[in-house]
Design a protein around this ligand. Sequence first.
Ligand code: 5GP
Ligand code: MG
Length: 186
Amino acid sequence: MPNSEIESRPDEYKVARILLSEKELGDRVNQLGAELAERYRGKQPILVTLLKGGFIFLADLSRAMKIPHEIEFMIVRSYEKDSSSGTVQIIQDLKQNIEGRHVVLVEDIVDTGLTLSYIREHLSIRNPASLTVCSLLDKTEARKIQVPIEMVGFSIPNEFVVGYGLDYDQLYRNLPYLAIIDPEQA
Ligand code: 5GP
Ligand code: MG
């Protein structure tokens, strides 16, 4: 890579507004973890997370859920927002059989609902004992397809958010809070 390109990489993030602070996120994630622990005590559930967006939420939720549980990852790619087909490409599927198991699908955000709707179906047909969706964020106004979400951290307005695992062009994931980026950056 030429030097000029390296030098053009940003050395700081430009955040327009903080939507949810580190403390607000942490408190809610701890509550969700405690709720899940109560619901699944003695059942050894499998937490399934969609990469990459869910990685920070999963890490905190898992540690807040103080009962034995397993972790699995899937890698999915959602097609363009304006497609209403709901086609989602599975880049990496689950590595283990979930038949008869209690599955918690841990999502970062539900926007149009197309991804969740597809993945819910994809998991359901494998006959888990139960399937619960736990999404940190819910943009209800943006929904194109109705899909059940059993547990939601926060309902947020229909704005593009970054931080706490969520990216803009692969950056911003490491912000410890949830933010709206400066439009001049986007
Ligand atoms: P869907 O529109 O299918 O419900 O959401 C698809 C994916 O789009 C989400 O899992 C998430 O990765 C991404 N997405 C939706 N809304 C936002 C947003 O506000 N910020 C970021 N960074 N990603 C989003
Ligand atoms: Mg996601």
